[in-house]
Write a protein that binds this ligand. Structure first.
Ligand code: SF4
Length: 382
């Protein structure tokens, strides 16, 4: 079994009681069956507390004022403190690690929803690289399309290479990988996987990105056109379930800051924002794109929807940047990295930790005008 992680993976340290946004509040934490059995059999005074603080019907921890029943006042976990690390359920043991399983390989990343993981992901100045090691043990898969998986892996390697090519603006790099995912999807739909190698060769030929850069220029839209597109993309949040209690208020404030003054005010804000953008902003966007592409793209082996995985990366990156822009407009002195960490981890908490939300987004990506290739290229490049 091959285990792959981003190079910063082992640098992660949970800051527990010092965390400004503990992961033990606001979410329903579901207990896996093996841990549930341990809790059922735990004896003594703490056993009584376990029995009284779990919703046994749906196997989740009870919450008081949206905080886990075991989260102490100093933001530490009482299960860990009283019963030890081995008594944590799988979710609490793994978080903020995100695991994707494939035949013969496991990919482990850190979730952007944890503030300290977000600091590593976004604070990384150099291009991320991935480390692979071998470990004993294989999972059996009945129905795994290994041929599609290798094509997706090859495509993802090239996409990450393009995203990390700092000779080009991040907008051009994002446009290029979106177009590549679009072309790849056509081959998947037509069951022409044999022609994927030729497609990838075309995108990595010398001068291919220069040519593409010129072509992509035609998709630029004005600040006012972007206003309408962004409003539609922001509307997607209204279709999602809310996970954290403070999200609706945060989102409403950001939305009003961006759109309430109308198209011209939006275009002016965007212009001033872009004037202040530093090279470091491009690195934040690159890291977000690489994060989403690495985490989700190869999952298309299970549903054949590679293009939608790329749309998730592009739309998420644009929306996070837009949330940062709204915050910047409110307080133009916000430190850059902190602003991205704040917007990025809030977004990831709402979107990435709900299968319902991820599925709804994929449906919107298929159905909505704002998610057609030309529309998304327009938003990316403007
Ligand atoms: S959000 Fe991250 S840093 Fe904060 S308590 Fe959870 S795992 Fe630790």
């Amino acid at each position: 079994m091959l285990i792959t992680t981003p190079h910063y993976y082992n640098q992660f340290r949970c800051i527990a009681g010092d965390c400004p946004d503990t992961c033990c509040a606001g979410w329903q934490i579901v207990i896996d069956d093996a841990t549930r059995r341990k809790y059922e059999n735990y004896k003594g005074p703490f056993g009584n507390r376990l029995h009284n603080s779990i919703h046994w019907k749906d196997s989740s921890f009870k919450q008081y004022e949206r905080r886990c029943a075991f989260l102490s006042e100093d933001n530490l976990c009482d299960i860990y403190r009283e019963a030890g690390k081995d008594m944590l359920c799988r979710t609490c043991r793994n978080y903020p690690r995100h695991i994707e399983e494939f035949e013969g390989s496991r990919e482990i990343s850190l979730s952007l929803s944890c503030v300290e993981a977000a600091r590593l992901i976004l604070g990384c100045k150099e291009p991320v690289h991935f480390l692979t090691r071998e470990r004993e043990g294989e999972e059996e898969y009945d129905d795994f399309d290994f041929f599609l998986y290798t094509k997706l892996e090859d495509a993802r390697d090239l996409m990450i290479k393009i995203l990390q090519n700092r000779q080009f603006s991040i907008e051009v790099r994002m446009g290029a990988v979106l177009a590549l995912a679009h072309d790849l999807q056509r081959r998947i739909n037509r069951q022409e996987l044999f022609s994927v190698d030729e497609l990838l060769e075309r995108y990595q030929k010398e001068g291919a990105l220069d040519k593409l850069e010129k072509k992509l220029g035609a998709y630029c839209i004005t600040g006012e056109g972007r206003f309408l597109q962004m409003q539609e993309l922001f509307g997607f949040f209204g279709e999602l379930e809310v996970l954290k209690a403070d999200w609706p208020e945060y989102l409403a404030a950001r939305r009003s800051r961006l759109f309430e003054q109308g198209k011209e005010a939006y275009a002016g804000m965007r212009r001033r924002f872009l004037e202040q953008k530093t090279r470091q902003w491009d690195v934040f966007l690159e890291q977000l794109m690489v994060y989403f592409v690495f985490t989700y793209f190869c999952g298309a082996v299970y549903d054949e929807r590679a293009y939608e995985k790329m749309k998730l990366a592009v739309v998420s990156t644009i929306l996070i940047e837009e949330l940062v822009m709204a915050g910047w407009n409110e307080n133009q002195k916000l430190p850059e990295l902190e602003a991205f960490i704040d917007a990025g981890h809030r977004y990831a908490k709402e979107v990435e930790h709900s299968d319902l939300n991820l599925n709804r987004l994929e449906r919107l990506f298929r159905e909505k005008e704002a998610c057609r290739l030309e529309s998304l290229l327009g938003v990316v490049l403007s």
